[in-house]
Design a binder for this molecule. Structure first.
Ligand SMILES: [Fe+2]
Ligand SMILES: [Fe+2]
Length: 464
């Protein structure tokens, strides 16, 4: 994962040194400045995701640097250290959060991280040997999120409370945060009581994601784990991730987590010998929209792999665009989410067709998401023949990566809504000339190739 850069601007060299050490130990790249002027030069030259600026800076005061950052680096998060809070004066000037001058870097970091990392979570948790007793609790169903019981992985200890649902509003807490993870107990629920899902609180989703990210890294690179299991694992992580984005928005750590998931999806696509078999056999038709981003990312990156011009940067851009392509739907009236575009009134259709623009606006100015991602989001429903939306762009006016996503997006909808095998969904598109005309031919050709093992391809393609 590329390191996130943080700017520390503070008059005390001693403070800079100790704080920089703490941050770089946590994986950040740190640039320091002891003068306001130096801080401004750094801000104009480098891309930071957070700047921590002290009011006490000399030669350009902290307030001047804050104003400079606000007008020269949109999207930069500034944490301001001020003598006195003075209402929301600093917030108005562009600071995201204000801390007193005496705040420790650890306190500030908690704001940056939006929580703690897995190691801290594990270290700070009271471990209990064994497991606690079951407790029945009532709670709103909307407070909980579920995961298939067979797909629940954990090690040593669980980081959050785990429940099973008795019926709507009634849950049993079966594992408490800090309990030793008990596979036998999980198996008992699964096999004897035929429990299908485990539940946890939505407020624990960030913990779940951090924990899963940590496990995924191990699982994806292991040769012992079958590809189907890796794919399922990534699907679960991605789905919960998309839920988190939907409820928390594009916070820096959330975006970084997205990049990490994208990298892991690509690692799966890139390294696995049995990829074509996995893609052909893909058979999970969960219609929930949260799985949609995962499927679009998986198939898009598989297609891109077929192109000769693909590079690490292209793949990163494309997979981020896949992950966030429909983020604009968050800003649409909620009732539209349940309706298929084909069944919408003319007015609603117009609102729906604006979601690529809304999405692009949401990532605009976010310095962790590059401009190409934004362009792809805006174009992800444009068609090669000019029949797409929102701008009815045509042919070469459409970015190739956007046209790939348009194809995969249509393909995924057909596959999931009609419960078709991937290869049948592809045939469904190929058999309809009106559909085929929507995509650049070369993209369609490369899409077909992803379902064929590379060694068989040599026999299919005749040599001259
Ligand atoms: Fe879309
Ligand atoms: Fe979509």
């Amino acid at each position: 994962m590329a390191q996130l850069k943080i700017l520390l601007a503070h008059p005390s060299l001693e403070w800079l040194e100790t704080s920089a050490k703490v941050l770089s130990d946590s994986g950040y790249e740190v640039i320091t400045a002891d003068k306001g002027k130096v801080a401004q030069i750094s801000i104009s030259q480098e891309k930071f995701f957070t700047a921590i600026i002290s009011e006490e800076l000399q030669s350009h005061t902290g307030a001047q640097v804050l104003k400079f950052a606000k007008s020269n680096s949109t999207g930069l998060t500034v944490i301001f250290l001020a003598e006195e809070y003075e209402g929301d004066k600093w917030i108005k000037l562009g600071a995201k959060t204000v801390f007193p001058l005496a705040a420790t870097i650890e306190e500030i970091m908690r704001t940056i991280e939006g929580g703690k990392n897995v190691n801290e979570l594990l270290a700070g948790m009271k471990r209990r040997e064994g497991v606690s007793d079951e407790v029945e609790v009532s709670g709103e169903d909307t407070e909980f999120t579920k995961i298939k019981i067979g797909e629940f992985y954990s090690s040593k200890a669980v980081l959050f409370d785990v429940f099973i649902q008795l019926n709507s509003g009634k849950y049993i807490k079966i594992l408490h945060a800090g309990d030793t993870f008990d596979q036998q107990r999980i198996d008992k629920y699964k096999n004897d009581k035929k429990i299908e899902y485990l539940w946890f609180k939505k407020t624990d989703r960030a913990k779940y994601l951090k924990y899963q990210a940590h496990l995924t890294t191990k699982i994806i690179s292991s040769e012992k784990v079958p590809i189907e299991m890796k794919a399922r694992f990534l699907k679960n992580v991605t789905s919960k991730y998309v839920e988190e984005v939907m409820s928390e928005g594009l916070k820096p750590q959330i975006i970084e987590q997205g990049k990490q998931i994208c990298e892991q999806v690509f690692q799966l696509v890139d390294k696995e010998k049995n990829l074509a078999k996995l893609l052909r056999g893909y058979q999970e038709f969960d219609p929930t929209s949260v799985d949609h981003s995962y499927l679009v990312t998986l198939f898009t990156t598989s297609i891109i792999k077929q192109f000769e011009w693909q590079s690490q940067a292209t793949i990163e851009t494309a997979s981020m665009a896949c992950m966030f392509h429909d983020i604009g739907k968050m800003k649409m009236p909620e009732r539209l989410l349940e309706v298929r575009p084909g069944d919408m009134s003319a007015e609603d259709l117009e609102l729906y067709q604006n979601h690529p623009v809304l999405g692009a606006e949401m990532v605009d100015g976010n310095n962790l998401i590059n401009n190409s991602v934004k362009q792809i989001i805006i174009q992800h429903h444009e068609y090669f023949d000019g029949t797409g939306f929102p701008f009815k762009k045509k042919g070469a006016k459409i970015l190739t990566l956007a046209n790939i996503i348009a194809l995969v997006d249509d393909f995924v909808h057909i596959m999931v809504e009609r419960k078709m095998k991937p290869t049948d969904a592809l045939k469904f598109i190929l058999m309809d000339p009106l559909k085929v005309a929507r995509y650049n031919t070369i993209i369609v050709e490369n899409f077909i190739k992803i379902f064929v093992e590379p060694e068989k391809m040599k026999i299919i393609i005749p040599t001259q």
